[in-house]
Design a binder for this molecule. Structure first.
Ligand code: NAP
Length: 242
């Protein structure tokens, strides 16, 4: 049977690219979305037109009950979960002194609680199967911090801490847990950047180019098939962080 992969936040950007390419490569993919229903339907239609199946599932993964609905759906349909990709996330740029309690709470709920809930819900099944891989999409800012994104940086540093702790705890159950820390990737999340901003980012990047969602997908594909890597935070950022 094909590997069963849940991708959270798969209606747009990096998550969409991961879901699309894994489905093309023969994985059974469950693409989670929250607000962008039309984009999720379009993803399904694009694959269906090529004779490829994919499940799309609406759930706000910052809520425990929604995550449980998602995982129950997958278990009822496939009886197992091989891979969880915790990709869903939000960003916000604000001066530290302007971040409200609500901003902070929303950031942690969407970026960190979501990954905690989903990992906990799938771990039960992965432990039973003595097999699994959890891939968290973190950020270079979890490692180096970003000015005016303190709450975002905290959420991503939290993801990396969870990755290492979980890797230790779940390793004996043959479950690998890793983070991918992207650099600047061309998605809706960065629509606020001007051409001039991108030019500067490219100049500061050793590989002298922008990142695209496919760059993250390639690393995800490798991590899914690898069998001896766990507890790592892997930079995919053109050499921005060394
Ligand atoms: P994006 O284009 O803004 O897409 C975000 C995706 O996350 C959307 O599909 C959105 O779904 C989903 N999402 C957000 N909150 C959700 C929730 N509570 N429940 C379910 N889905 C939710 O962002 P992106 O650039 O692809 O980012 C994907 C991940 O990569 C994020 O974790 C981000 O922090 C990380 N990352 C991105 C960059 C970058 O430069 N782009 C760099 C480093 C790390 P709906 O629209 O359906 O609500």
């Amino acid at each position: 049977m094909n590997k069963v992969v849940i991708v959270t936040g798969a209606s747009r950007g990096i998550g969409r690219n991961i879901a699309y390419n894994l489905a093309l490569n023969g994985y059974s993919v469950i693409a989670n979305y929250n607000n962008s229903e039309q984009e999720a339907i379009k993803l399904k239609e694009e694959l269906n037109n090529q004779g490829i199946e994919i499940d799309i599932f609406k759930a706000n993964v910052s809520k425990r009950s929604d995550v449980q609905r998602l995982v129950n759906f997958v278990i009822e349909k496939y009886r197992k979960i091989d891979v969880l990709i915790n990709n869903a996330g939000i960003a916000q740029s604000k001066l530290f002194t302007d971040i409200t309690d609500e901003d902070f709470e929303q950031m942690l709920k969407n970026n960190l609680y979501s990954a905690f809930y989903a990992s906990q819900e799938v771990a039960r099944y992965m432990i039973r199967e003595h097999n699994g891989s959890i891939i968290n999409i973190s950020s270079m800012y979890g490692k180096i911090g970003a000015s005016c994104e303190v709450h975002y940086s905290i959420s991503k540093a939290g993801i990396d801490g969870m990755t290492k702790a979980l890797a230790k705890e779940l390793g004996p159950s043959n479950i690998r847990v890793n983070s991918i820390a992207p650099g600047a990737i061309d998605t809706d999340m960065n629509r606020f950047l001007t051409d001039e901003d991108w030019k500067q980012i490219v100049e500061e990047t050793p590989l002298m180019k922008k990142g695209y969602p496919i760059d993250i997908t390639r690393c995800v594909k490798w991590l899914i098939e690898d069998e001896f890597t766990t507890g790592q935070v892997i930079s995919v950022d053109g050499g921005m962080v060394m």
